[in-house]
Design a protein around this ligand. Structure first.
Ligand SMILES: [Zn+2]
Length: 223
């Protein structure tokens, strides 16, 4: 919001610069300036674009994620929002890295999980733990939009689709498989070992050939 306000301010400065050659203020018999200052116009324009760049990048990323989340949620409409640090402060679910409403299709990423997912997509081969988790947040919340409420089932559906999700987001095939398996064999198993709230997302039945195996042809664990 602050970035957009900054951009609008410099747009207004451009308009003001142009108007100063056209409008005669009260008490004057001619406009304040006789000609527009091109260097100032360029400066204001550059600053307006610079301030607008970050919101524009987020808008594009949210749009991409919304399209791909809809696809992975079997075309239940999803709308992704990346919370700013200020949004996160006022979000009732600020303790969760992400949350989704199956009724509205709205998916929210808390700050800075969108940035982590962006980083993952920039260098998927060098993904760190948080970046791998950010991919799973995307898939997990998409599964809620698909209609699942139970956390263990939602998480298992996500585990099986993380490979598909990574590929949908443009990650090369082998790297997508590696990321998805890393999550399943690492973070997911750790949740089971930790127990408690983390453990409520885990099920021993979420494994190849077990009760929660959906036998997807492109499952993370399919050979
Ligand atoms: Zn959930």
């Amino acid at each position: 919001m602050l970035w957009i306000a900054g951009s609008l301010f410099f747009c207004w400065m451009m308009v003001r610069e142009c108007l100063s050659t056209l409008i005669t203020p009260t008490g004057y018999d001619h406009p304040i300036s006789s000609k527009i200052s091109i260097p100032f116009l360029i400066l204001y324009g550059t600053l307006a674009l610079a301030f607008a760049w970050q919101p524009f990048q987020y808008w594009r990323f949210e749009r991409l994620l919304s399209i791909k989340a809809t696809e992975i949620a079997d075309f239940h409409p999803a709308k992704v929002h990346c919370n700013t640090i200020f949004d996160t402060f006022v979000d009732q679910n600020y303790f969760a890295a992400g949350h989704a409403d199956p009724h509205t299709g709205k998916i929210v990423f808390q700050y800075p999980w969108c940035n982590r997912l962006m980083d993952y997509l920039h260098h998927p081969q060098k993904a760190n733990r948080e970046e791998i988790v950010s991919l799973n947040i995307f898939t997990h919340e998409s599964m809620h939009v698909r209609g699942e409420y139970n956390e263990a089932k939602t998480e298992c559906e996500a585990v099986q689709r993380n490979y598909r999700a990574a590929k949908l987001l443009g990650v090369p095939d082998q790297t997508a498989k590696k990321t998805a398996l890393n999550y399943y064999l690492g973070e997911y198993q750790r949740r089971g070992a930790i127990g408690g709230l983390a453990g409520s997302y885990f099920s021993a039945e979420c494994a190849p050939g077990k009760a929660m195996d959906e036998h997807l042809s492109d499952s993370t664990w399919a050979r």
